[in-house]
Ligand binder design. Structure first.
Ligand code: ZN
Length: 310
């Protein structure tokens, strides 16, 4: 039943890795998350590794405890148990596996960057940056044009950016092979903290992967373009070797069309109400991400078999 030749990937994957499942509690769990979880848990179990659960709740405006509770409940229903950062560790006091509780770690990382690199305050709003690029909407791939680089602004109440020098970042994706990216051309100077004082996703995630000693990052292909800047940021923070990255296919409808959360195609809550079982849900997600030739029930204990183990 193995759809992925683990033997072919094995030379690129760490032995007994620590990998992570890191959802943002900004909505309910859907099949896209479960597809990622199937890769994460499947590879961890096949390689005799461990899964860390991290709640990426850095965006205080969009995260809700209600989503978090639902997310943990859905993981429990699916039988997906983390080895590190288990739900009880997330609930007791301040948890290093919850980004909102990890401010001191980000402050310390920022102090490191201040010593080793050039940071500067940035007063640009998202709207101004989008306009500078000739558009109305700022997306992840809008390049920062360097507006505030030499303005010498005080940092209070402003965003904080890392000056990104020209250069190519090379890394090997375990599935897709050698990659070369140029963060200075793609995104320009990296925003570490926004004008509301919130840590950005790219910064928080790199600090977390470093301090949690994650050595295998398994995520969707849509995020491949931002991996070079994470490799760069990790190195500047003192990471000797980047984690191994594996980017997997995103889930698609039979016709190749992208599944839509809004259309209610994929919500785990809806599937549960409709009487779909955990094994059917895992099997459906595995099929949609190319790990099974057809949808069929798949127990948690069988996930490693998708990668040729057991
Ligand atoms: Zn600026």
């Amino acid at each position: 039943m193995s759809a992925v030749d683990l033997a072919a990937l094995a030379s690129r994957l760490p032995a007994r890795p620590l990998t992570r499942f890191a959802p943002s509690p900004t909505g309910y769990l859907h099949l896209g998350h479960v597809a990622n979880a199937v890769w994460v848990w499947g590879l961890a179990r096949a390689l005799d590794g461990r899964v860390l659960l991290r709640l990426e709740d850095h965006d205080r405006g969009r995260c809700r405890r209600e989503y978090e509770a639902a997310l943990l409940d859905d993981l429990d229903w699916l039988g997906l148990e983390p080895d590190v950062g288990a739900p009880r560790e997330l609930r007791v006091g301040r948890s290093p596996y919850r980004q909102q509780d990890s401010g001191p770690a980000y402050e310390a990382a920022l102090a490191t960057l201040e010593q080793r690199t050039t940071l500067f305050a940035c007063s640009c709003s998202r709207k101004e940056l989008a306009r500078a690029e000739g558009g109305d909407v700022l997306n992840e791939e809008t390049r920062y044009p360097g507006t505030c680089r030499s303005r010498g602004l005080g940092s209070s109440g402003l965003g904080l950016r890392l000056r990104v020098e020209p250069g190519v970042e090379r890394f090997v994706d375990a599935r897709l092979g050698a990659q070369a990216q140029e963060p200075s051309a793609q995104c320009g100077d990296l925003l570490l903290r926004d004008r509301q004082g919130q840590w950005t996703y790219q910064f928080a995630v790199v600090v977390d992967d470093l301090r949690h000693e994650v050595d295998l990052v398994v995520r969707g292909e849509d995020l491949l373009g931002s991996t070079g800047r994470q490799v760069l940021l990790g190195r500047l923070l003192g990471r000797a070797e980047p984690p191994v990255f594996l980017h997997h296919p995103l889930i698609r409808k039979a016709g190749g069309e992208k599944l839509s959360k809004a259309a209610g195609d994929t919500g785990i809550r809806e599937l549960r109400v409709a009487g779909v079982s955990p094994a059917e849900t895992l099997g459906r997600a595995a099929f949609l991400t190319g790990l099974l030739p057809r949808p069929q029930p798949l127990g948690v204990g069988d996930l490693a078999k998708l990668f040729g183990a057991g």
